[in-house]
Design a protein around this ligand. Sequence first.
Ligand SMILES: Cc1cc2nc3c(=O)[nH]c(=O)nc-3n(C[C@H](O)[C@H](O)[C@H](O)COP(=O)(O)O)c2cc1C
Length: 383
Amino acid sequence: MRYVSSGESHGRALTTIVTGVPAGIPVDTASIDADLARRQSGYGRGGRMAIESDRALILSGVRFGRTIGSPVTLTVANRDWDNWTDVMSTQANATTSARVTAPRPGHADLAGVQKTGSDDCRDILERASARETAARVAAGGIARALLRELGVTVASFVVSIGDVSIEMPADPSGVDPAAVESSEVRCPDVDASARMMAAIDAARADGESLGGTFCVTASGLVPGLGTYAEAAERLDARLAAALISIPAIKGVEIGEGFAAAALPGSHVHDEIVYDEERGYRRRTNRAGGLEGGMTNGEPVWLRAAMKPIPTLMRPLASVDLDTHEPVDASRERSDVCAVPAAAVVAEAELAMVLADAYLRKFGSDCLSDIAAALAAYKTRIAP
Ligand SMILES: Cc1cc2nc3c(=O)[nH]c(=O)nc-3n(C[C@H](O)[C@H](O)[C@H](O)COP(=O)(O)O)c2cc1C
């Protein structure tokens, strides 16, 4: 299972096509819309999110609430398009005087115009904008629908914003989802949430922006998803690539990640135990549920680091594309902090990679065959 997306930030709509979707998966548009709403929310978002109220419209691949084994196409309309019809016209005879010629540091603007030969950063930023991640969340909804049927849940929570951080819980997959969803910054700690919001307020007042870190988890997984045998098919590699593909994500840690590099092996690796009821287990889960490029049966957990939003209301120095004179970088309406939203996008990316890993191991034509193959595998490895 994989997706492609299309669409510009202020274009008419975002579209995604999810391919490799087995038949028989119940698809509930309301739960996709709920994820889209979670992506839109989060303290620190800009004015755009007040305009949009994202809804997924399914155009193909689903009949009577179930997938039929063909590609699933979803669109999410851009309500803001109504305000941008001149600037975003697709007509050959249209022109705009509103070129963007002051590329923003930290964005795709400058390398994008150099690469494509455009003289207008808008040609680049419209697609490079993280508005595209709404399409990812819609696509992820199909992956989540499959995982739900296979007993897998995906979740996330914010660990830090700016310099405000919580201690990592011993079991990240055990974090209470209700505590996360009730926090405006998707952080399970009430006190830290308040301090994170205060940090965002201070950044906004200063014309600044903030980044942070989040944790994304998956529970209910069987061991042996992914492979040790092929570099590109290692599940850890695929997950890291999927998370890094999210705009502004600059680091990914699997389990204890960088901290483990400073510790002796006996403080890092998860001892194997066996009990008659549950079979093989681990005393700890510092590996984040991944060993040798495969799941090991423990919950998967990864952390990702998001850089501060590059569009600054107190802009950094840039150079005008026409004159080569120093100018302030351009200002688009922008988020001050989008770490909570990025965590929701990461759930979609994690779900897509895991759904694909299940299909590779257990077949890909129809849900009942996949469920039967999964049950047979569980029986084979049962105590
Ligand atoms: C959910 C989300 C929302 C974002 N919102 C903004 C924004 O409002 N303004 C902005 O300049 N960058 C925003 N970004 C980050 C940029 O899209 C990103 O930094 C830029 O495309 C350059 O890509 P890079 O940081 O991966 O190199 C957002 C990222 C995510 C994941």
